[in-house]
Design a protein around this ligand. Structure first.
Ligand code: AMP
Length: 369
């Protein structure tokens, strides 16, 4: 096992945080770092990356160009990532010369749905029943195992419903794995959930832990449309969600912000759907509703600073602006609340172009179940 470079002291103002990935999450991380007097260097393959517009330095490069990544890391006091499909080998490479958080092992597990679900299971936390699928024979057997109806997902590189198909019979399962070109996949039981929720939480270099109130999330076409806080989770469910995030982050020796996506079943059970080893769309409301947002919290964590208070001072509804909707920016500019536009010039269908958050006075978590 090669040496891992550890952060030995907090990164002082004026220091540089390196960010692998230059999307809107990187952009909001860079803005949060600037508020703390920290500089950012963003590394991304896309010359038009939204984060490039707001950082101190940027490098255009591929994530598997280890020489270019090493040159980038050499300019940083600490490196992090905003995109979970950065190759884990790249993170391991950086870790030899520059402190990097979250760690490569956490990234490796969360990049593979089969590994991830097995890991969650091993902690005694609940997921939908799942089975590995690589062949047509395996697909047929998996349908039986999960109870006749499921969602087939490629193990790697899927997000926002990409690389996944609903299957309701053995024949469909067999043809789906064929259509995936036999890419290593899993079949999950179809969960007839009541609604979706998530918990966004942070763990610091000192092992401290801070979780935001878990929002209820509304998806359209597999893409997050709205996060509501408080949502329908009861206080007991909110506490359970935070405890799930604590168990996962402690076991992974995680440093930074992570999100755990949850299905809330009709009987009140929480099932873990996915772990995102990064700041998360369902945490954008923290920018306005908390003194320390998820973005500042992540920068604080990876820079070795104390975590901020995750308490909420308002109720919030965050709404994503997707694809062509961004052309109506004049309409969104009139919405009471905070508007964020990500500086993306191309409006592809479903692409996250911005969001807005409306606040209302704080109420206690509603219990509507
Ligand atoms: P994922 O890419 O795993 O986050 O899935 C995207 C969306 O598909 C989720 O937010 C759910 O709305 C839906 N979905 C995923 N897995 C399942 C499942 N096992 N049962 C029912 N719906 C699912």
């Amino acid at each position: 096992m090669s040496q891992i470079k550890k952060l030995t002291a907090p990164v002082a103002p004026g220091g540089t945080i390196g960010i692998l990935g230059g999307g809107q999450l990187g952009r909001m991380l860079a803005l949060a770092a600037a508020r703390l007097g920290l500089k950012t260097h963003v590394y991304c393959h896309d010359p038009k990356a939204p984060a490039f517009q707001v950082c101190d330095h940027h490098t255009v490069g591929e994530f598997d160009d280890l020489a270019a990544v090493a040159r980038f890391a050499g300019t940083c006091d600490v490196v992090t990532f905003e995109f979970e499909n950065v190759p884990a080998a790249t993170v391991e490479h950086v870790a030899r010369s520059t402190p990097i958080s979250p760690n490569a092992a956490a990234l490796r597990i969360t990049q593979d749905r089969f590994e991830e679900k097995g890991f969650v299971d091993s902690l005694g936390l609940r997921t939908a029943i799942f089975a590995e699928v690589n062949t047509e024979v395996g697909a047929r057997a998996a349908v039986k195992l999960v109870g006749g109806s499921g969602v087939m997902k490629t193990r790697r590189m899927g997000y926002d419903g990409k690389g996944q198909t609903r299957v309701t019979s053995a024949d469909e399962a067999a043809s789906t794995i064929k259509s995936f070109n036999y890419a290593p996949s899993i079949l999950e039981a179809f969960v007839d959930f009541s609604y979706e929720a998530s918990v966004v939480a942070a763990r610091g270099t000192d092992g401290s832990f801070a979780a935001y109130d878990p929002p209820e999330n509304i998806h359209e076409n597999h893409i997050l449309r709205r996060s509501l806080v408080p949502g329908r989770l009861t206080e007991a469910q909110a506490t359970e969600a935070k405890s799930i995030a604590r168990t996962i982050s402690q076991t992974l020796d995680y440093v930074g912000v992570l999100a755990v996506e949850l299905f809330v079943c009709r009987d009140g059970t929480l099932l873990v759907n996915e772990i995102a080893p990064r700041v998360h769309n369902s945490g954008h409301w923290t920018l306005e509703a908390c003194a320390v947002s998820q973005f500042e919290q992540h920068i604080r964590a990876v820079a070795g600073w104390p975590l901020g208070d995750p308490a909420r001072h308002a109720d919030a509804v965050m709404t994503n602006i997707l694809g062509e909707e961004a052309a109506d920016w004049r309409v969104f500019s009139k919405v009471p609340g905070a508007l964020h536009l990500y500086g993306k010039s191309e409006m592809r269908p479903g692409r996250k172009m911005g969001h807005f958050t409306t606040l209302t006075p704080l109420t206690k978590a509603r219990s509507r179940q």
